[in-house]
Design a protein around this ligand. Sequence first.
Ligand code: ZN
Length: 405
Amino acid sequence: MMNTALLPRRAATLATALLVLVAVSGVAAADTVTLTAMRSWSAPANTRVVLDFTAPVNPVTPDSGVTRQLVLSIPGETVVRAAGVPAVMAVGDSVVDSVVVTRVDGGARFQLFLADSISFRVFRLMAEDDKPFRLVIDVARPGAEAAEDQRLEGIAAVKRRERMRIVVVDPGHGGEDSGARGPGGVLEKNVTLAVGRMLVDELNGIPGVKAVLTRDRDYFIPLRDRYRLAEKMRADVFISIHANSSRRRGSGSGSEVYFLSLRGASDQADADLADLENAADLVGGVPAQSEDDLVSILYDVKRSSALKQSELLAESLLDQVARDRRLESRGVKQAGFVVLKSVEFPSVLVELAFINNPVEARLLRSPAFQRQMSGQLATGVKYYFQRAGIGLLDGGGRTGQALGR
Ligand SMILES: [Zn+2]
């Protein structure tokens, strides 16, 4: 949710202040644009400030750079602040201090004051479904990228040194991207994080397995970054956790496990689901970029091997999930999910249940169900390692054959 009152995670040695001044014209015009909300999200690598508007605006500003002060002008627009939007939003997470909105004459204008020279990026996100037009300002946490690379390399080193199998658990969505919504305001991003945390705990109880989350809090990660994190950790298995939703109000039921399809989805419903999940980058906020999939013979060989293992992993997980009689097993399926595109390890996407179905939404938000589902998924992972002939350390001795990576 909104972390307007987030405390600094580290000592606030960097006295960085970010001030956003929205200068609005006092002249009433027919085409008034309203600033309807301001939010901030603190991720390990950056702080994101999001401004919601009722209509698209065109700020005059550099797209990116390194600066201590940034000015965003919106010429020729009358911008007013909605009643619920505060004049000052305190962030105080050691990257962004606060966001201040002021009202002066002479057109719309944003000013960002940084106490230090910090790299930033500004981009626009067009309205999507229930999301309005947004201006996004990302401010990088100094040193975060190097620290993160070091952390991921540390996990890869544990794998080499202690011969652990690395299982990366990816709680779907987060931050701006809430995922699907269920009755009573239950959000997919919160369910996936709760189940992801419990699954990691369960997996870490298995000798020879080290489990790691892609995100441990409520912030957004672009889809490709999720598997790239896992690649840097030299993951053995990647499991993305989601909850399904049907277009038809209250309908849809059951669990399903997906792996990547290169030739389109199993059917239209699966294609729609993949489109929905792949839209996370649009909703959560990633600037437009081109496809950068590597194409080579080595890549094809790796891909077909990863796909075979992914299918085995999907079957192993569904076998366990299907033990819960409250949920119908919808089977193992294939679709073109972006988050499953790594060729370095088997990867699957688990749709736990339908969050728009009131009965299943009640299950999804229940800690007892989350715990039980996590236990079943962890058993499924163990079962996968067995079926794939991948040995796990057990009682200090090493069994089975090597994975070959
Ligand atoms: Zn999802």
